[in-house]
Design a protein around this ligand. Structure first.
Ligand code: ADP
Ligand code: MG
Length: 719
């Protein structure tokens, strides 16, 4: 489309054949476009001295400030010990911080001397501070060295003599190339105006050679917006196409089964959140648009009941429903719960797992095919080739992040008509991730726990507190309660970790002799594991020593203490999941995080979050900020098909929201961007006014989408 941007990089002044090969193989730069989008990973602003009053926002480049040190103070203890220097530019003050070589720095700088400090300011507790700044005495004869990007280079490139300087020169050649002025903007003028965005050409210049920090910030914002806008266009377009191409079952009525259950069997009052979510699900399933909904709800929020009542809507409309769980134990638990609810209203439920015997299995297969079975609960066994349905109307998938993309997809193809799909998770997904990774799913949230639950008391303890922890366990055991003790086993092959688990088991048996202790880890044979789990579920074993295999879904309301050993080795979301195994009854429950006394400030801060809140969403946001979105549970498996280059899901939530809104507006206003016959209706929210673009703008949009996503798989169909 743009001849200039598609020009091979070897034709750029200063490149040639040899360098072109290196650029392509090392950093994927093949065309002019690639180089323009190869942004510096950080910037250094030595063009001038900043005043502290000028510092704004959180995304500042490394910059320099001239001034004097007012005072130095040592704060904190042990691993958190740090040196704070108060620095003044004559009008305002800011901080500098050192975490190491504290004694050296505390005496290195003299009061009353002008210094230049250089570094990337961060904004923390309402003060700007530069950690470990470069400090030099102010030298009026030294000229400023400019505002530059620093490019990331590979080891191979460095060995071949490539430098940031060389990259700067190449980009500079490109920016002054006569063809540069022919570049068209990738965003329609309507959006540029509405969102006050910097034009593309200007943004390219400012990304590579910023005039100042404000312009760099505007340029970065534009590039982030552009990137997220196209991701959202891509996701929403598929979602709309799926919505119109795949007609869903129309569940028009609420019938006898649902009402019979609701009025005569339902053992408790639904929470407001459960009611709201059921309405949302009902709203989807009666429209004829195939539902693809993600149900998020903290552990214990009552997702199973929502799943069951949704399945009754299917049954009332002469369809079957399936509930798939990731483990045998969980499937069994679901089955016995659901059977209890279903039997009084004459709904047939069956259980199909890997261990279902051949004869029973055959019978179930027949029941599914004939329609005699209304609801099937099971494990992966449900997606086997020979499982065929009479009419599968709703597939519910529990703890969805435990399933691979392909596995989930298989349930779809059980019918000619795709069933409605409800995926449930207790691992809260930060909103930004939900909008991208799961962007084509509608999201429902149960944000309310059933009444009468006591909040779990979370304690952070160390080895030196062992006795106290043992006493707590004892007192709970004496009250008849059950205890989990969990060890990290990140790699099932790690001998050291396995050893600490086994030692923990022995120690537990010794300390609490007289109580039966069961033992579960991932290296066990499945039958043995199930046997051990079963001992605990039935209450025969009072203590379970385990690895995180228990993380998913086991429901033992009598368990009141969760001890997590080496807690610093778990991610926050995982800790939250583990904690959710207790606190399921009406009595007080405890979660004890056993930390390392010596661990550093960050680790303690992380664990402290757990003691401060039980809000899964807050925890997952914090977790994402710490670990980055790529490591979040669910990301890998979901096949995040695009790599974000500029935007950061952990930090750019606001830009993402605007980008999504813009994409929705454009798709609603410009039907020609969808395939013929598609209607740009869903997903909600419906209050975004359409923006119609036409002519050349449509071509540009379509071209960008092709360019950016032609190589990616169509994962939106298989979430
Ligand atoms: P999760 O969302 O973690 O899957 P469950 O569906 O297992 O949670 O529900 C946890 C417990 O709460 C179950 O024992 C369930 O019967 C109970 N429960 C669910 N909804 C309510 C409610 N509205 N009122 C009281 N108890 C409820
Ligand atoms: Mg559950």
């Amino acid at each position: 489309m743009s001849r200039f941007l598609d020009t091979e990089i070897k034709f750029l002044k200063g490149v040639g054949d040899a360098r072109a090969k290196v650029l392509a193989s090392e950093i994927g730069v093949v065309t002019f476009r690639d180089l323009l989008y190869y942004f510096p990973y950080r910037h250094i602003d030595r063009s001038r001295f900043y005043s502290i009053a000028e510092l704004q926002g959180t995304d500042l480049p490394a910059l320099q400030i001239k001034g004097r040190f007012i005072s130095f103070n040592v704060e904190g203890e042990g691993a958190r010990k740090r040196l704070k220097g108060v620095f003044s530019d004559g009008r305002r003050m800011m901080e500098t911080v050192w975490f190491s070589k504290i004694n050296t720095f505390a005496t290195a700088y003299k009061p009353g001397v002008d210094y230049v400090i250089f570094g990337k300011p961060s904004f923390y507790r309402n003060v700007y501070s530069i950690p470990h700044p470069e400090v030099e005495a102010f030298d009026p004869s030294k000229p400023p060295t400019g505002f530059r990007g620093v490019y990331s280079l590979t080891e191979t490139m460095r060995k071949k003599g490539y430098t940031t300087r060389l990259l700067q020169n190449l980009v500079s050649n490109l920016l002054s190339h006569p063809g540069f002025s022919s570049i068209e903007d990738t965003l329609p003028a309507e959006l540029m105006v509405h969102y006050n965005l910097m034009p593309l050409k200007e943004a390219f210049r400012q990304m590579h050679f910023p005039d100042n920090a404000q312009k760099l910030q505007k340029a970065t914002e534009r590039m982030k917006f552009e990137e997220l806008f196209y991701v959202e266009m891509h996701i929403l377009r598929y979602s709309m196409e799926r919505g119109s191409k795949l007609p869903g079952f129309v569940f028009s009525k609420i019938g006898d089964k649902f009402n019979g259950f609701y009025f005569n069997v339902l053992p408790f009052e639904l929470t407001g959140a459960q009611k709201r979510v059921l309405k949302e699900i009902r709203g989807d399933m009666k429209t004829g648009r195939q539902m693809n909904r993600l149900l998020q709800g903290d552990v214990g929020s009552g997702k199973t009941m929502v799943a069951f009542m949704s399945m009754l809507m299917a049954v009332d409309n002469n369809c079957q429903a399936a509930l798939m769980a990731p483990t045998e134990i969980l499937a069994q638990q679901h089955f016995s719960t659901i059977k209890q609810w279903a039997e009084p209203i004459g709904v047939n439920v069956a259980l199909l797992t890997g261990s279902t015997r051949t004869a029973a299995r055959r019978e179930i297969h027949e029941g599914l095919l004939s329609g005699g079975i209304d609801i099937i609960v099971g494990t992966h066994a449900l997606i086997e080739e020979n499982v065929k349905f009479h009419m599968l109307g709703l597939a519910v998938i529990d703890e969805q992040h435990r399933f691979g993309v392909a596995q989930r997809g298989k349930l779809w193809h059980k019918n000619e008509r795709v069933p409605h799909v409800l995926v449930m998770t207790a691992t809260p997904i930060p909103r930004t991730l939900a909008m991208t990774v799961y962007g084509d799913l509608d999201v429902s949230v149960i944000d309310e726990l059933p009444p009468g639950r006591k909040p779990i008391t979370t304690l952070l303890r160390y080895d030196s507190n062992r006795l106290e922890v043992d006493r707590l366990i004892y007192s709970q055991l004496r009250e008849g309660r059950q205890i989990y003790i969990v060890y990290p086993l990140i790699s099932e092959n790690d001998k050291l970790e396995l050893k600490s688990l086994e030692e923990g088991y022995k120690r537990t048996c010794d300390t609490f002799h007289g109580y039966r202790v069961c033992f579960v880890h991932g290296k066990m044979k499945p039958e043995e594991k199930d046997h051990q789990m079963d001992l605990f579920v039935r209450g025969e074993a009072r203590i379970m020593v385990a690895t995180t295999v228990i993380e998913v879904g086991v429901n033992v309301p009598n368990a009141s203490v969760m001890v997590i050993e080496n807690a610093e080795r778990f991610g926050l979301s995982q800790l939250h999941q583990l904690r959710g195994r207790v606190g399921r009854g009406a009595d007080q429950s405890y979660c004890v995080l056993m930390g390392k006394a010596k661990s550093g400030g960050d680790t303690k801060k992380r664990l402290a979050i757990m003691t401060e809140t039980t809000d899964g969403f807050l925890i997952s946001e914090a977790d994402m900020k710490i670990r980055g979105p790529g490591d979040m549970e669910g990301t890998q498996q979901s096949g995040l098909a695009f790599n974000l280059k500029v935007a950061d899901l952990a930090r750019d939530g606001q830009i993402l929201t605007r980008a999504r809104e813009a994409a929705l507006a454009i798709l609603r206003g410009t039907p020609s961007l969808l395939s013929p016959g598609c209607v740009a209706t869903a997903p909600a929210p419906g209050d975004i006014a359409p923006i119609a673009v036409s002519g050349r703008s449509v071509e540009v949009l379509a071209n960008e989408l092709r360019l950016r996503f032609s190589k990616t798989i169509d994962w939106s169909q298989i979430s």
